[in-house]
Design a binder for this molecule. Structure first.
Ligand SMILES: Nc1ncnc2c1ncn2[C@@H]1O[C@H](COS(=O)(=O)NC(=O)[C@@H](N)CS)[C@@H](O)[C@H]1O
Ligand SMILES: [Mg+2]
Ligand SMILES: [Zn+2]
Length: 466
């Protein structure tokens, strides 16, 4: 893990997550094993969202005049939009954009759908690919040009209070999601210069990667009435007036998979939380010439029993050395491995090896389902606690710029500091010590700003970021 970037790129290939040899920069192929990891991750996300959102699907292409309606929004994306100019040999009379995000695809339709307060609140989401011509260094899963797993939720409300409540609800459901996949986060309100283009404000979830840089893994935006005024999303109130609606949107992307890989990985490769692992249990027969038949029978019986109990289990019966199998499934992050040899068979036990702690446990065969379930839950808890501790051990406080500079130079990580909140002061901090201000959290006891000395009513965080 000395060179995280190298480790990350290698493991994506070795664990067969994606193939980045596709001949367009920033666009990659999901390989079957990686696709299953993505599929199980999205299942968890959908189960959470489907409680009070409805899933939809909008067209990929956005007419130029629609994309450009909201001036601040389009300004924020103008250098990232991919354009389509031809249909076959025919030049299109107006360019079509590949959605970089779908506000301008959705909101003209919302304007048609929403007439009365009885049509509100509207809460929809889609999980699609979006396209951003990223000019900064692209990196698989972390900064891609085709964002293949872009979950965007968009909500419409009668009042600002309801929109505020929806922002809090989005934060709650993201916390539940990240806790389920054992990813730690810090939540801050982005500085005004870093909020989503066209939004009133942006709340962001950042996690810390092993190289001490933070990754923005989800964002929640309060859009106020900016887009409803631009796209004429109005509703008739119970007393017959016509009001512009209040909106929010919240998104996450392939970076979720990047964080599962990066945060939980170790020298031997991936360590996947059982909730998302393509295989939760790998059975490896320990074969000795004379008793092959019996061993295989016992393994198949145990595989069927665990499958019936609802686990994702694979019997690795390839004709290769057991040690090769151990290496491979440790590298691919399978949470549990079950070894069954002649001695175990005689004593009616199996040996279970945990991927998170690498400890081996002997379990009576008849207790296997119950014990497996307990151990898998314990693996998620262990991964979550370890990841939270690693992140919290790397949040340090600086009371002056020199201190902040020193910590960033030596350790990177996240730095909490008192900040006045002024834009030019914030920008000068970013300039002076080459960091990004992640944002502010709830106001803390008054102190003086790390940079300008004025009264600081914010506790802010800064870090080197992706
Ligand atoms: N080039 C990229 N590659 C991978 N993930 C990205 C990229 N750009 C943004 N993301 C992720 O996508 C999330 C949502 O993007 S966003 O611009 O912040 N927000 C939106 O687009 C809103 N419309 C959310 S519905 C970000 O928080 C970030 O985690
Ligand atoms: Mg961007
Ligand atoms: Zn200041």
């Amino acid at each position: 893990m000395t060179d995280f970037s190298e480790w990350f790129h290698n493991i994506l290939e070795e664990a067969e997550i994606i193939d980045s040899r596709y001949p367009i920069k920033g666009m990659n192929v999901w390989l079957p094993y990686g696709f299953q990891l993505r599929k199980h991750t999205l299942e968890i996300l959908r189960n959470i969202l489907d409680r009070d959102h409805q899933e939809t699907l909008f067209p990929l292409l956005i007419p130029e005049d629609q994309l450009e309606k909201e001036s601040i929004h389009v300004k924020g994306f103008e250098d990232e939009v991919y354009w389509i100019t031809h249909g076959g040999l025919t030049k299109l009379n107006k360019k079509l954009a590949l959605r970089p995000t779908s506000e301008t695809a959705m909101y003209p339709m919302f304007s048609l759908w929403i007439r009365s307060h009885t049509d509100l609140p509207l809460r929809i989401y889609q999980i699609v690919n979006t396209f951003r011509y990223e000019t900064k260094h692209t990196r698989p899963l972390i900064r891609v040009r085709e964002i293949t797993t872009f979950k965007e939720a968009h909500t419409v409300h009668e009042t600002m209070e309801e929109a505020e409540e929806q922002v809090q609800e989005a934060i709650r459901l993201y916390k539940e999601f990240f806790n389920t996949i054992a990813i730690p986060y810090i939540i801050t309100k982005r500085p005004p210069w870093d909020k989503f283009p066209g939004s009133d404000y942006t709340i962001a979830f950042d996690t810390l990667l092993p190289d001490g840089k933070t990754l923005q893994i989800a964002t929640v935006h309060n859009l106020g009435q900016t887009f409803s005024k631009t796209f004429n999303i109005k509703f008739e109130t119970p007393t017959g007036e016509h009001e512009y609606a209040y909106q929010t949107c919240y998104g996450l992307s392939d970076r979720i998979i990047a964080s599962i890989i990066a945060v939980h990985g170790d020298e031997s490769g991936l360590r996947l939380p059982p909730e998302v692992a393509p295989y939760q249990i790998i059975i490896v027969p320990i074969i000795f010439k004379e008793e092959t038949e019996e061993i295989m029978k016992a393994c198949e019986k145990i595989r069927d029993k665990l499958k019936d109990a609802g686990f994702r289990v694979k019997l690795d019966d390839r004709d290769i050395r057991a040690g090769r199998k151990y290496y491979e499934w440790e590298m691919k992050g399978a949470p549990l491995r079950i070894e069954i040899g002649p001695r175990d068979l005689k004593r009616n036990v199996v040996v279970v090896a945990r991927r998170d702690t690498k400890e081996k446990i002997e379990i009576k065969t008849e207790d296997l389902e119950e014990e497996t379930d307990k151990i898998l839950h314990d693996i998620t808890r262990t991964l979550r606690e370890e990841a939270w501790k690693k992140m919290q051990d790397n949040i340090r406080t600086a009371t002056n710029l020199e201190e902040a500079k020193k910590i960033i130079k030596e350790k990177k990580g996240i730095i909490s500091f008192p900040w006045c909140g002024d834009e030019e002061c914030g920008k000068s901090i970013e300039e002076k010590i080459k960091v990004d201000i992640l944002g502010i959290t709830e106001a803390e006891k008054k102190s003086s700003c790390i940079n300008c000395g004025k009264e600081a009513e914010h506790k802010a965080f800064l870090a080197k970021t992706y």
